[in-house]
Design a binder for this molecule. Sequence first.
Ligand code: HEC
Length: 124
Amino acid sequence: MQQRARHFPVRRWILAVVLVASVVAIGCATIDDLAPPIDATVLQLAAAHEIDADRLSQGRALYITACARCHRPEPVVRYTREHWDRILRRMSARAQFSPDEAEAVEAYVQLTLQAADLSPGGDP
Ligand code: HEC
């Protein structure tokens, strides 16, 4: 009887730990997975388009902050470049971006995708 009484709290405790751990794991998988940091490949692609690192950082910062005002930031790689073209036209208006800000976010998203395509394991 006593064994039985102890049995349930332990299981509940394990369940609680598993739940908290998954929430933490999901939480930790956030920003860099959703909005990848600007790496050397992205910078190289940007240079070819005469876009500098500051502009990309501005784009990423807006993506993480202004774009996440209404919803969580979407994973950049979830949509194709063509799809993003259409999404960003709508969402930049929603975010009330200046043309300059809209361009910065677009540069960040498009070049990040382009770089992902070029990286091993990405679609060519
Ligand atoms: C004023 C609120 C608001 C802001 C700011 C906003 N969004 Fe959205 N977003 C929405 C809503 C609402 C939806 C749900 C679908 C819809 O209504 O189009 C959505 C949907 C999306 C989707 C899903 C794809 C789709 O076609 O529905 C993506 C991706 C997205 N937003 C990205 C962004 C990005 C990137 C930015 C910054 C440029 C941004 N959002 C800023 C409100 C916002």
